[in-house]
Write a protein that binds this ligand. Structure first.
Ligand SMILES: [Zn+2]
Length: 308
């Protein structure tokens, strides 16, 4: 904590010491000391796409272009442009949450398939069982008929014997099917349990769906590391590109630049206000002061982590 206080004091001292110099500069140099953040487009390039996303570079490029155009249109000038040697690298990185989401989807599909196979087999079993019961009833009445007459003639006796054997075989087959179906439903139930476990684990991981990408202004890298569907991905790219052109988070929960993920794809009034602020032409000293504020906030955050 002592370290932070010292650093903050030093930062303030730098600003105070630096300010008079700027103020003392001749006014006609004002164009020289202003900074226009969005006067030149920030260029981006595609870095790595983790193969587990099964997304082609062309597809990814199209989503990036769409997001860049969104901000270009919003600003009314090109603020983001693709360039094979661009300054900002955009990656699609695979993380635990994506892995869980993929597992949940796969298991869900397997369950659906198994459920329909199971339902079909069960239906067939019930049909066979009802045919079997009909045959038993018929067999029984034939036996009773001949018994009442003191026994069946040899031909009829052989035919009854044959039917009896066939019914026994069918009974065995039906019993086997019944126990197999029972096993199927048991394994199905255990799969359902596994599925529920995965879903709840997944829900824990994505509580509040925090930001699904990250922009590191130091290394000039955007990592997209999670999405549930294409809308989600498109949102994340627009959001991260917002950071790339200098926009921070806004409080409006429907905004593209809201801290948590949502389905917003186009900047809303809160985003546009933040964009205007990020692109506002400002005196250079203000840029320096903001940079120092950022560093101070970063150090404060770090010291809080250390304190904990
Ligand atoms: Zn963000």
């Amino acid at each position: 904590m002592k370290f932070t206080v010292f650093t903050l004091a030093a930062a303030v001292a730098v600003v105070l010491a630096w300010r008079p110099v700027t103020m003392g500069t001749a006014t006609d140099l004002s164009s020289y000391v202003t900074h226009a953040p969005c006067s030149r487009a920030v260029t981006y390039r595609i870095g790595e796409i983790d193969p587990r996303y099964s997304m082609t570079e062309e597809e990814f490029a199209a989503y990036l272009k769409e997001a860049a155009n969104t901000w270009n249109t919003a600003f009314g000038n090109e603020v983001l442009a693709h360039d094979d040697n661009g300054t900002v690298t955009v990656n699609m990185t695979y993380d635990t949450r994506q892995q869980l989401s993929t597992q949940v989807n796969r298991l869900e599909n397997e369950l659906k398939e198994e459920q329909s196979t199971f339902a079909e087999q069960e239906k067939k079993y019930r049909q066979d069982l009802s045919v079997f019961e009909g045959r038993i009833a018929e067999f029984k009445s034939r036996v009773e008929y001949w018994n009442a007459r003191g026994g069946a003639p040899p031909e009829e006796y052989d035919s009854l014997k044959e039917e009896e054997n066939s019914l026994r075989a069918e009974a065995d087959r039906l019993n086997q099917t019944a126990s197999r179906l029972n096993i199927t439903s048991e394994s199905f139930n255990s799969q359902v349990r596994e599925f529920r476990g995965l879903v709840s684990e997944f829900a824990d991981q994505v509580k509040n769906r925090p930001e699904e990408g990250q922009y590191d202004s130091g290394t000039k890298t955007v990592d997209i590391y999670f999405f549930t569907d294409i809308t989600d991905l498109r949102h994340t790219i627009v959001h991260e590109f917002g950071h790339v052109i200098g926009i921070g988070h806004v409080d409006d929960k429907d905004a593209v630049m809201y801290l948590y993920a949502n389905d917003t794809l186009l900047p809303n009034p809160a985003d546009l206000e933040a964009l205007a602020e990020a692109c506002r032409v400002r005196p250079v000293y203000e840029v320096a002061v903001n940079r120092i504020r950022e560093i101070a906030a970063f150090l404060r955050e770090k010291s809080e982590t250390i304190d904990r």
